[in-house]
Design a protein. Structure first.
Length: 292
């Protein structure tokens, strides 16, 4: 299948690489042309200098960019150039509102738009083990699902346009609460004078076990926060969650509190630290990392 991939950052670049490995022809576009050119040279993709060039005659247009405005811009530029009955798949985490807006705009041109945010982070993108939660036309998703399997371990259709983004919001609510609880647990263990490694061995085999515990307990205790998904991006995502909650009447007291805790991490210089850096605001100042 002829594919274009817009947004070759820490997530997009390895995802697009997996598509080439699976045998697809992939044109890569990035707002920074040098990054797209380097990606193409490294992996055998086709360099595209503009969105229009990447989209020209493309059957599947995938994007993984920054925010709502980026999605609007890229989709608007791509739509006139896509092949008939093409499918757009947006892996960006955005508002449900923009997903519905783009789906309607795409439909006017006979193109399907799938909002398909992912979970699994940079590590999942590198290993091709992402989880995809998708909203939009089920038949269009079924048509391109075998392609998305190149970098996904699970793909789930969640409902109409916007449902994928709403599901990703649920994902971020879960992560925020779990990471804050874990940060407090590590902090408590340290202040109680316990061996944090021994504590992990004791509690990780029972009901407290989680992916975050297995992968971030030790690094939290060591004050290392350089594992991918940045605090700035988490705050963007939680902002989307809290906006949606105001619309649908959800009561998200813990999520709102954790969002404010992340603002404290930003004030410590941790904008580019990963989400486990909630632990940093609880650590003694002498132990806090000096940079991202």
């Amino acid at each position: 299948m002829r594919i274009a991939f817009a947004g070759l950052g820490v997530m997009g670049a390895p995802m697009a690489r997996h598509l080439i490995t699976a045998g697809h022809e992939v044109a890569g576009y990035n707002r920074s042309p040098d990054k797209a050119r380097a990606w193409a040279q490294a992996h055998g993709g086709r360099f595209a200098a503009t969105v229009a060039e990447a989209a020209d005659g493309t059957e599947l247009f995938i994007l993984c960019v920054g925010d709502d405005d980026d999605v609007r811009q890229v989709v608007t530029e791509a739509l006139p150039h896509l092949a008939e009955e093409a499918v757009i798949v947006d892996h960006t985490t955005t508002s449900a509102k923009v997903a519905r807006e783009m789906a309607e705009r795409a439909a006017q041109r006979g193109v399907a738009f799938i909002d398909a945010p992912v979970s699994g982070g940079q590590a999942g993108a590198e290993t091709g083990q992402l989880s995809v939660m998708a909203g939009g036309d089920a038949d269009a998703l079924a048509r391109i699902e075998p392609v998305l399997r190149a970098y996904s371990k699970a793909i789930r259709h969640m409902g109409p346009a916007g449902a994928g983004q709403l599901t990703k919001m649920v994902n971020q609510i879960c992560i925020a609460g779990v990471v804050q609880g874990l940060a407090e647990a590590v902090h408590f263990a340290e202040r109680a004078g316990l061996d944090t490694d021994a504590v992990y061995e004791a509690v990780s085999k029972g009901a407290a076990q989680s992916w975050q515990m297995d992968n971030r307990w030790k690094t939290m205790a060591e004050g290392r926060f350089d594992f991918g998904f940045a605090v700035d991006w988490m705050r963007k995502d939680l902002g989307l969650v809290l906006d949606e909650a105001r619309t649908n009447g959800s009561h998200l007291a813990v999520t709102a509190l954790v969002d404010q805790f992340y603002s404290e991490v930003q004030s410590l210089g941790g904008s580019r630290w990963d989400t486990s850096s909630l632990a940093a605001r609880l650590q003694d100042r002498s132990r806090r990392p000096s940079g991202g």
